[in-house]
Design a protein around this ligand. Structure first.
Ligand code: GLA
Length: 742
């Protein structure tokens, strides 16, 4: 890792272990141009040609006559707006006179050891030993608006982190109506875009398609990163595959409205921008004030999608997730939601906990319905006081009983919401986000609280803290079950209403920060109607996020595959639930449900008292499996071997230890085929010089770990492969453990 400035060439070079990022200063006006991002280059002699300024129309100081042609093809590191670069702009500011043009040229730079924190925003972190940063100051000489382009690299991961600070150094107020976190001009080539799309209960399905002329993009205007689209854009060389070829991953460390766009220009180059969605965004900046964008993460891989995935996993594990639980086995939890929904009382929860404790489950989580008059989902959000009718003796009593069984106790909240039928709404109707004079739309019969307002945040947190102090609560599930609409804040003046979406997200981050300051040992799991806010921003606060309300094992194969494209398995909330499944009505074997959940945080979401004796025996073995395998799953390298979403027959992925002495292979035969042979499977990332013995991991067997006499060399496993037997029936899963023996 290093950042250097080559004074003679006026080039900045940012190096990670395997990649190089080059940008520089061009011409007498000091345009900041992008030169290269890709595989590591030691000697960069000659690279300036990629500015293409020797081609017509040269730089304006040599050819002012064709200034616009220069603007429209120069690879700007951070393009201005409205001056003749007709591609996607990076920033748009409305000046006091109503004009919107801006052109940012080099002023100064500094190279700093380590990495600064971003005030109020989640951000990757590093020390002076393992991180280095570059800040380039550029200014629009007319308005005085300044942008500080920030870059950081780490010693251990192939990623470049970017963000932008905008400072109004002019004399008049300006309105910022667009500000991207990063812009990258890529050379002409044939690229595919890879995105994650979905809906409630089917989040983050992968989709790949060619990038053509015009633009392609994903965004959210729902106030959350959303079920529907994801703050991620992959740009893949068209010949890139799972473990080969060039892949560029772009992600925003943010949980609200975002946009990521790839635009192919008239000359075939592709400009990628990523940042806060500009629609409905308008931020007022008085002279001297500044605005900090969220961070964008850029990952380059020359080892295909797999290389990109492993870089994201390492980056987020080593430089984003702060929780003290990150490198620990999380307590195996059982959640009562699918077991009881709203229909529970102390006795029922203790019954579930008793049976769970007997089988080795470690944490009882009480979900929605414990507060106010919450007998269904029509009321009481905002009234965070225990419902003593359901829970006589309150949470303190319940937690004591659960602790006495040897289990921890956890609780669900939805702090950002307010039901019209709640004491909170009756007292403060203007705390709900709604436009005066319009009836705001309900979703799940609830409104969103205006947590851009400090008094609202304080009042909600006061209630949440009181509950958490009242009993021994060691885990919180923080939920958020509807998008934002009818945007208006009674706490903001008319000319600041465009700030509400972002202020909402900042408010939510502040609340989570305060929660963790008050309860530093709390295990926090974020959630948003399943996985509508599964993003890097939330990972800064919670080491795990509920991945989807869909707990069906087959659906989860695709949801977890798309999620694992970016996020480490240790972050993926995954539970075993009952069949027929509550979302799709499918019946899958208990073994398969367990194996799929084992590739996440692992837990249960069912009425354990109603399981058969045979299933209970499997639960106690799955608990042991988790304890044996979780270190590997949590800390290992992930390899996607085959995708059910692509082949519609089977799914296969693998987790290897960093030392490559152990590997776990998760195989699911989703559909059986008649008269078919066993399937050849080739593994990845094994040590070619080692030999491995195969163990069968099966919760139907005692012991669950069965040594076999199958031994393979690493080379055979990776090149020739081995035969996975044909399994009898659909939705069948097989878990194999490979241990190095020589
Ligand atoms: C959301 C969550 C579920 C559950 C319910 C409770 O849908 O994703 O896991 O907590 O809310 O209302």
């Amino acid at each position: 890792m290093s950042i250097t400035y080559m004074e003679k060439e006026r080039i900045f070079r940012l190096d990670t272990q395997e990649s190089t990022y080059l940008l520089g200063i061009v011409g007498s006006e000091g345009f900041v141009g992008h030169l290269y991002y890709g595989k590591k280059i030691k000697d960069i002699t000659g690279v300036q040609e990629l500015y293409r300024v020797h081609e017509n129309p040269y730089t304006p100081d040599e050819n002012n006559r064709d200034r616009l042609s220069f603007y429209d093809c120069f690879p700007f590191e951070y393009s201005g707006h409205g001056i003749g670069d007709f591609r996607e702009s990076s920033i748009r500011a409305e000046l006091a006179d109503g004009s919107r043009a801006g052109k940012f040229t080099y002023v100064s730079h500094e190279i700093i050891g380590g990495k600064e924190k971003l005030v109020g925003l989640p951000a990757t972190f590093g020390t002076t030993e393992n991180a280095e940063s570059l800040h380039i100051r550029c200014k629009d000489s007319v308005s005085g608006l300044t942008v500080v382009l920030k870059y950081s690299v780490f010693a251990d991961v192939d990623a470049v982190i970017r963000s932008v600070q905008v400072i109004n150094e002019g004399k008049e107020e300006i309105k910022l109506t667009k500000v991207m976190s990063a812009s990258l001009d890529m050379e002409a080539g044939s690229y595919d875009a890879l995105t994650l799309h979905g809906s409630w209960a089917r989040e983050r399905h992968m989709e790949r398609k060619p990038i053509g002329h015009g633009w392609f993009g994903v965004s959210s205007n729902r106030g959350e990163s959303s079920h529907q689209e994801h703050p991620f854009l992959g740009v893949l060389a068209q010949d890139a595959g799972q473990e080969t070829g060039e892949v560029f991953g772009f992600q925003l460390v943010y949980s609200g409205n975002f946009i990521a766009k790839a635009q192919m220009s008239q000359f075939g180059g592709v400009r990628v921008v990523i940042g806060i969605e500009p629609e409905d965004f308008c931020w007022k900046l008085a002279p001297g004030e500044s605005f900090q964008t969220p961070e964008a993460v850029l990952v380059y891989s020359h080892e295909g999608l797999g290389g990109m995935t492993r870089s994201f996993h390492d980056l987020y594990r080593n430089h984003l997730i702060r929780s003290p639980y990150l490198h620990k086995k999380r307590p195996i939890l059982i959640n009562n939601w699918e077991a009881t929904y709203f229909d529970f009382n102390t006795e029922k929860i203790i019954d579930i906990a008793r049976e769970s404790a007997r089988l080795g489950i470690e944490l009882m989580v009480l979900d929605d319905g414990w507060f106010g008059n919450r007998f269904d989902d029509n009321r009481s959000l905002g009234d965070w006081k225990v419902n003593e009718e359901k829970l006589p003796g309150g949470l303190a009593y319940l937690a004591e009983q659960i602790n006495a069984l040897g289990m921890k106790f956890g609780l669900w909240f939805e702090p950002e919401m307010i039901s019209p039928d709640s004491d909170l709404y009756r007292a403060h109707p203007d705390w709900a986000i709604a436009v005066p004079g319009r009836t705001a739309g309900l979703a799940r019969n609830q409104y969103v609280l205006d947590i851009s307002r400090k008094e609202v945040r304080d009042a909600v947190l006061e209630q949440v803290f009181a509950v958490l102090h009242s009993a021994n609560i060691e885990y919180v599930k923080w939920d958020m079950n509807r998008p934002l609409a009818d945007l208006y804040s009674a706490g903001l003046p008319a000319d600041r209403q465009g700030e509400l979406y972002h202020r909402y997200v900042l408010g939510m981050y502040e609340m989570q920060e305060r929660l963790l300051e008050e309860f530093p040992n709390l295990l926090l799991e974020n959630c948003s109607g399943g996985g509508a806010r599964f993003d890097p921003g939330m990972l800064y606060y919670s080491p795990q996020i509920w991945c989807s309300d869909d707990t069906d094992a087959v659906e989860r194969l695709m949801i977890q595959e798309g999620t694992a494209l970016i996020y480490p398995l240790s972050a993926i909330g995954a539970h075993v639930s009952v069949c027929p499944n509550h979302t799709v009505g499918r019946t899958t074997p208990f073994v398969t449900r367990g194996n799929v959940a084992l590739t996440g945080t692992f837990g249960y979401e069912l009425d354990i008292t109603k399981l058969s004796e045979e299933e209970k025996t499997m639960v106690s073995r799955q608990v042991k499996m988790y304890h044996t395998l979780n270190d590997l799953v949590r800390e290992g390298d992930y390899y996607r071997i085959a995708s059910y979403g692509e082949n519609h027959l089977y799914d296969c992925y693998q987790v290897n230890s960093k030392q490559k002495d152990e590997a776990l292979l998760f195989y699911t035969q989703v559909l059986n085929e008649p008269n078919m042979h066993g399937r050849r499977i080739r593994l990845s990332g094994m040590n070619p010089d080692a030999c491995y013995r195969v163990y069968l991991v099966d919760c139907e067997k005692d012991p669950f770990l069965q040594e076999t006499d199958r031994v393979f060399s690493g080379e055979v496993l990776m090149n020739a492969g081995f035969i996975m037997e044909r399994l009898w029936g659909d939705f069948r899963s097989k878990l194999l453990f490979f241990k190095q023996i020589s």
